[in-house]
Write a protein that binds this ligand. Structure first.
Ligand SMILES: *Cc1c(COP(=O)(O)O)cnc(C)c1O
Length: 390
């Protein structure tokens, strides 16, 4: 605490982050070490990014081998890793084409561009409205702030991009009504609202929205930035709802710790983006994509079954546990509503050797998908004790 890194961070880094008082220096799997050599069990995986933990051997081998061959070529040329990853994504989702970027916000920007162009091509350029949900989170660019249905992200940054309206989650009638009052290009939602407190949408609502979008030639965009890549217990969270979206955006865990965003385009929209319509200098970077290929290969049915088993264990452990008012989420993406303030509980967890984070007023748990059961059990006990002692 109060080491040189922390002191100089406060001096030189823009003050956007209210960091927890830990300087992380290294890790292995689901264990992290700080600058004083203290060990932690990692129940956050860098906000659902380190899908298979820290410095997984196979992943490390894949990215190092690619970095030693070619670290970047630009999108003016063909490279193999991005094609390999795109093919895997399409084969496992039924989507048809992929655009690569570097982050979740960018993946969503591309989703909106594709949806707008699809609507302009099929219905006319005045069909541009994107309906998103209240309590959603879609990123930090000015347009994705506008998409995000939480007022406090909007304050201070007006004027925001026009063309986004927000519907109350679980109110299907309101959603339909908004499509009548606004010429709509797309409905965009997270099946589990992550930053909104880890809240899963109901089967009824998501299915009804998907059916309505399909019947009315409105693009259905699912933001899988946080929920994707095995986190929900299926490869993508929409697969828990038995729907087929038109556009899927993802990032966070896709490349296991390197910056990579992907926007997948389904049948109806696969050809809307043509030469010059979109681009990215870093997007589809070979090293990041080699990481993605390595991660995606490992997220097989066996690992997904394990994710669901671990999820069930966590739900059972925390339900009806002292000081916990609600357990929400899906797969290894879990929210704990505690009677004590979440930030205080998380600080106590960190003191006791478990790294977890918050989402609104909840404690948020996002362990690596392959966290060993023994560590998961140990972390759950420490979290329970920390809730009592916070
Ligand atoms: C994190 C997140 C984003 C933004 O991703 P960045 O990589 O930070 O731009 C967008 N949507 C959802 C659902 C997210 O959880």
């Amino acid at each position: 605490m109060n080491n040189q890194v922390e002191i100089q961070d406060k001096e030189y880094i823009a003050g956007t982050y209210n960091r927890f008082p830990v300087t992380i220096t290294s890790g292995k799997g689901s264990l992290l070490y700080d600058i004083d050599g203290k060990k932690y069990i990692d129940m956050a995986s860098g906000i659902a990014v380190n899908s298979l933990g820290v410095c997984d051997e196979t992943w490390l081998g894949a990215i190092c081998a690619q970095a030693a061959k070619l670290q970047h070529a630009s999108n003016l040329f063909y490279t193999a890793p991005c094609v390999e990853l795109a093919k895997m994504l399409c084969e496992r989702t039924g989507m048809k084409k992929v655009f690569f970027s570097n982050s979740g916000a960018e993946a969503n920007e591309c989703a909106v561009k594709a949806a707008r162009k699809f609507a302009a091509d099929t219905k006319g350029p005045d069909y541009f409205t994107i309906i998103t949900l209240k309590n959603s989170f879609h990123g930090r660019t000015i347009s994705m702030l506008s998409a995000t249905g939480q007022e406090h992200y909007h304050e201070l940054f007006r004027p925001l991009t026009p063309g986004f309206v927000h519907a109350e989650p679980e109110n299907f009638d309101e959603l339909v009504e908004l499509t009548k009052t606004h010429k709509t290009a797309a409905i965009m939602l997270e099946c589990v609202q992550g930053e909104g407190g880890v809240v899963a949408l109901s089967q009824e609502y998501v299915k009804a929205a998907a059916k309505f979008a399909q019947e009315n030639n409105i693009a259905l965009v699912i933001d899988e930035v946080q929920t994707g890549n095995g986190r929900s217990g299926k490869l993508y969270s929409y697969m828990n709802y038995d729907i087929q979206p038109d556009i899927v955006s993802t990032a966070k865990g896709l490349a296991g710790g390197l910056p990579l965003g992907a926007t997948m385009l389904g049948e109806r929209v696969q050809n809307v983006l043509g030469h010059g319509d979109h681009g990215s200098t870093f997007g589809g970077n070979p090293v990041a994509c080699a990481g993605g290929v390595s991660i995606l290969k490992r997220i097989d049915e066996k690992l997904l079954a394990e994710v669901r088993e671990k999820s069930e264990f966590l739900f059972k452990t925390f339900q009806n546990s002292e000081g916990i008012e609600a357990v929400t989420g899906m797969g290894l993406m879990m929210g704990l509503k505690t009677s004590k303030p979440a930030r205080e509980v998380v600080n106590e967890c960190i003191k006791n050797g478990v790294i977890c984070i918050t989402a609104k007023d909840r404690i948020r748990l996002l362990p690596a998908l392959n966290i060993p059961f023994e560590l998961l059990k140990e972390a759950a006990e420490i979290i329970k004790t920390s809730i009592k002692n916070a």
